[in-house]
Design a protein around this ligand. Structure first.
Ligand code: WTA
Length: 649
């Protein structure tokens, strides 16, 4: 990515009232580095503890002993921190503004109402035999019940595993089995962009798969009233059970290192892995980052447009904002429905002050021209945020100029499912902005760049992004497979957490994320492993071999480009392409829909049989002149054939 010349200085008006101006930021960052124990002991006080921690940091990134503990002797409950402690001061304040897919539907839920309903649901879960330490899978629309379900689990010490509503029955089954969930909470249907998604039907289908009989009950929110099958004895209506449950439910005292949730994400190899996040450190970090990065001020309306199925929804729709007593907006639909003006109209309707969204959404709107924002003024906005993928300077400038009326700083926040919270980002009152750069590390975060041998690079440089020491929000393990956790994140460079991202640091020390350096794709901000898609394809009877790479896509950031070698005697027809495309959609979910399929009579391989993805990426990107050295290939002529028959995108 080319470096952009524009620099946007900090606005005095923002710095004057911000939680951190430049001097505060610099001093606090230095303290977090010099005295992490003292710094985080102080920060932990932002939470209400049943027993305050005395042991603050006990962490090791050494390959032979990866062990991460924060506040380990502290005792607290996350739902009490997000609800109960706010009741006295802000019981009647709106906790969640819900905006339906249909622009005529919205509602406000106060902290008191959210507390009552969560307690009732928590009791309902207990009545189904859910106990502390059990896992519950959530497969839900963007409705307040999703937040209630997360908080109700947290209240009784159950561990939630939210599965994004766009995943297929197979993906749901895999995650139920992986987490050993006794219960799944879902809805009859979800509604997005005027279309229904049959969540309950997908759950029914998931529960026919081998190994899913661990799951004893399905709790169903009636969202649309659409037709669904009913399994007597297994299925239960959410409202029926919750309405009759008591609203008295004491919050379970939890150890700071007890698990709060599992969240599955894709890596470069194998099946998706369930990252394990714990209680005290995670909430401290989510709350602190939400306060400082969004400079959240009491009474403001904050909108993060992510889905609760992703980590962004966990940390910045639910846990961070609610821990801070914020008003958080939850949107059921998509920004392009019923018209492309919807995003701005929602901002006006609810007087949103802070809008946190994804570059792909910005680019999709930008493609329709400035006039898409004509139906709204967006005067209430004070701050914009971006997450999920690198934001190209053009999209940044458009976001700033058109959506933000040249009035709002943009915080480009780099982080990951594994990090639990924002890691590299400007602070609005402290950091001058450069479009396309995530700028500087947050308190307690020590990024570094290393070359492929693990040598640290100094000054302005480009390399692999690692983090040198632990921060409270980070994942502690992979559920049920600590060895895989160690292998994936701590073995490439011993003693360092490896992010999987490439990054450049400029002469001002600003970080510019360049994208994944492993075989993970980022399509519209959704993470996907190429290996997952490949293994789905080779399970089709027509396919002998498949290789998946990303290619630059104007709106999605990356598109999915697939090379397929068919079995002998199979005809390479357009119908078969359609069939394979559907096959992947069905297997993984619509987010994995291929953009391009190219028939590949052969794939470029080294003499030892390794597929040269570098070459496939270049061909997909139409950079066929820069293929580099192909002489090590077992059969260099394969490449000429692929170039000649390169698919038109
Ligand atoms: C990418 C989402 C550039 C990155 C919170 C990371 C970004 C992956 C940014 C994690 C950003 C996220 N700039 N790249 N501001 N934010 N990424 O786990 O490649 O869904 O490794 O977490 O998204 O995706 P995940």
């Amino acid at each position: 990515m080319s470096e952009h010349q524009n620099v946007y200085p900090v606005r005095d008006a923002i710095a004057a009232n911000a939680w951190a101006d430049k001097d505060t930021f610099t001093a606090m960052y230095q303290q977090s580095k010099d005295d992490p124990e003292g710094f985080w002991a102080e920060q932990s006080k932002r939470l209400d503890w049943i027993k305050a921690p005395t042991k603050i940091k006990n962490t090791s990134f050494k390959r032979d002993n990866v062990d991460i503990r924060w506040f380990e002797d502290g005792v607290l409950n996350v739902s009490a921190n997000c609800l109960d402690r706010h009741l006295e001061k802000r019981g009647d304040q709106t906790a969640i503004i819900w905006e339906g897919d249909n622009p005529d539907e919205s509602k406000h839920i106060t902290y008191r109402e959210l507390h009552t309903r969560t307690c009732q649901l928590a009791n309902a879960l207990k009545s189904l035999g859910i106990e502390k330490g059990d896992t519950v899978t959530l497969y839900m629309p963007m409705i307040p019940e999703a937040a209630m379900a997360m908080l109700a689990c947290a209240r009784i010490g159950a561990v939630h595993s939210v599965v994004f509503g766009g995943f297929s029955p197979d993906a749901v089954a895999q995650r139920i089995i992986g987490a050993d969930s006794k219960l799944i909470i879902t809805a009859d249907e979800s509604v997005r962009g005027g279309k229904q998604v049959p969540l309950k039907e997908n759950v029914d289908s998931a529960l026919t798969r081998d190994g899913t009989d661990v799951c004893k009950n399905v709790l169903v929110v009636k969202r649309t009233g659409g037709d669904i099958d009913w399994h007597e004895g297994r299925d239960l209506w959410f409202d029926e059970l919750v309405d009759k449950a008591s609203a008295e439910c004491a919050a379970e005292p939890m150890g700071a290192e007890d698990p709060l949730f599992i969240l599955y994400t894709s890596g470069s190899t194998g099946a998706p892995k369930g990252l394990k996040h714990t209680t005290g450190g995670y909430l401290t970090y989510a709350a602190m980052t939400h306060q400082y990065v969004f400079d959240y001020q009491d009474g403001e309306v904050y909108w993060c447009s992510a889905d609760v199925g992703w980590v962004t929804g966990h940390s910045y729709i639910v846990y961070g904002p609610l821990a801070n007593g914020a008003t958080t907006l939850m949107f059921e639909g998509v920004p392009s429905y019923p018209t492309h003006g919807r995003l701005g109209e929602i901002v006006d309707k609810h007087k949103v002050n802070i809008l946190y969204t994804a570059p792909t959404a910005v680019r999709a709107l930008m493609a329709h021209g400035d006039s898409v924002m004509d139906t709204s003024s967006r005067d209430s906005l004070r701050l914009l945020g971006s997450v999920g993928e690198p934001i190209n300077p053009e999209a940044w400038e458009w976001f700033y100029r058109v959506i933000g009326n040249q009035n709002c700083p943009i915080v480009d926040t780099w982080w990951q499912t594994e990090t639990g919270g924002i890691m590299i980002s400007p602070l609005p009152g402290a950091t001058a902005l450069k479009p396309g750069s995530a700028t500087l590390p947050f308190f307690g975060v020590q990024p570094a760049l290393v070359d492929n041998e693990g040598h640290q690079l100094e000054g302005a440089a480009e390399g692999n992004l690692v983090i040198l020491d632990s921060w409270p929000g980070q994942a502690r393990s992979i559920w049920g497979d600590h060895e895989r956790f160690v292998q994936t994140y701590f073995s490439t460079y011993d003693g360092m957490y490896f992010t999987g991202d490439g990054c450049r640091r400029d002469e001002d020390g600003y970080y510019w994320i360049t994208g994944r350096v492993d075989d993970v794709l980022n399509v519209s901000g959704h993470r996907m492993g190429t290996a997952e898609i490949e293994s789905s394809l080779v399970a089709h009877s027509a396919v002998a071999e498949a290789a998946v790479v990303g290619f630059p896509h104007d709106i999605k950031g990356q598109g999915i480009y697939i090379y397929v070698t068919l079995n002998d005697g199979v005809d390479p027809t357009d119908e078969l392409k359609k069939e394979l495309s559907l096959w992947v959609r069905k297997d993984i979910g619509p987010i994995a829909s291929p953009d391009v399929i190219q028939w590949a009579p052969g794939l470029p391989k080294t003499r030892s049989g390794k597929i040269m993805r570098r070459i496939l990426r270049k061909i997909a990107a139409n950079e066929c002149d820069g293929l580099g050295d192909t002489s090590t290939l077992a059969d260099p002529s394969v490449v000429d054939d692929l170039i000649e028959h390169r698919a038109n995108q």
